[in-house]
Design a protein around this ligand. Structure first.
Ligand code: 13P
Length: 260
């Protein structure tokens, strides 16, 4: 974690919590963080609920003036038109979204998202004034064959190809670490994050490389966040399972209390 990059703790709820559960959860999270005097200026917190929750989350967060950011888990590569079932970046933006996840491994794996589709979605996000959180990561087979960095770096290069410099966030999520309870070591998280930063620098220059936040995701818990956040190129976390537990997630958000 570098001092001039604002740490970001992001909760990807995946397909969990309907809009009523989302309201109750978000309220409880915001109150827990307020009671703990969480300083949002030191660590940003963002939620990624299912699309159907976003309007309720917006009403709650704007109404109660919570400092939480939020966004969609995916978006269409198109802005409008005959694309049944798709959700455009413009719609997400008009619901107050700041961010959108792009290219999560579950989208790549179960919905056939290719590097080209991911690049088109990155462009769609930027066109609609959303900051894409570009997810990359290697499978267990990739790890055995190529080591940890090669596949994530290739995926990132493809996602940025032909895209003009802009604010983005990168999430390094090794597929084998997602939902398994087996997080990558902090050394591996650092090694791959450094390689991803070098890629941004190579494509967009030093200033972009320095400014881009890189998150680690895959079995992040309150018990391992501190070690991860001590790494110079890890600027936050993309949390799945543990983001559905208020106590655990708020403790992750408050990692600065444990990191010295
Ligand atoms: P887990 O934290 O459940 O491993 O999920 C990580 C993830 O996929 C976040 O996007």
């Amino acid at each position: 974690m570098a001092v001039d990059r604002l740490p970001l703790i992001a909760g990807n709820w995946k397909m969990n919590l309907d809009h009523l559960q989302a309201i109750a959860f978000t309220q409880k999270l915001a109150w827990t963080l307020r009671d703990a005097r969480h300083d949002y200026a030191s660590t940003e917190v963002a939620l990624f609920p299912p699309f159907t929750d976003l309007r309720s989350i917006q009403n709650l967060i704007e109404g109660d003036k919570f400092d939480l950011a939020y966004g969609g888990q995916d978006l269409s590569a198109h802005d409008a038109g005959a694309y049944t079932g798709e959700v455009s970046g413009g719609f997400l933006r008009s619901l107050g979204s700041t961010y959108v996840l792009v290219g999560h491994s579950e989208r790549r794996q179960y919905h056939g998202e290719t590097d080209d589709m991911v690049r088109a979605k990155v462009s769609a996000a930027l066109r609609n004034d959303l900051t894409p959180i570009i997810c990359v990561g290697e499978t267990e087979a990739d790890l055995a064959q190529y080591g940890p960095s090669a596949v994530p770096v290739t995926q990132l290069s493809a996602a940025l190809n032909g895209v003009s410099p802009a604010e983005i966030v990168i999430a390094y999520e090794p597929v084998w670490a997602i939902g398994t309870g087996k997080a990558a070591s902090e050394e591996q998280a650092q090694q791959v994050s450094a390689a991803l930063r070098a890629t941004v620098t190579e494509v967009w220059g030093l200033d972009s490389g320095d400014a881009t936040r890189i998150l680690y995701g895959g079995s992040v818990r309150a018990s391992n966040i501190s070690a991860l956040m001590r790494q110079p190129d890890v600027d936050g976390a993309l949390v799945g399972g543990a983001s559905l537990d208020v106590t655990e997630f708020s403790s992750i958000c408050r990692f600065l209390k444990h990191v010295v």
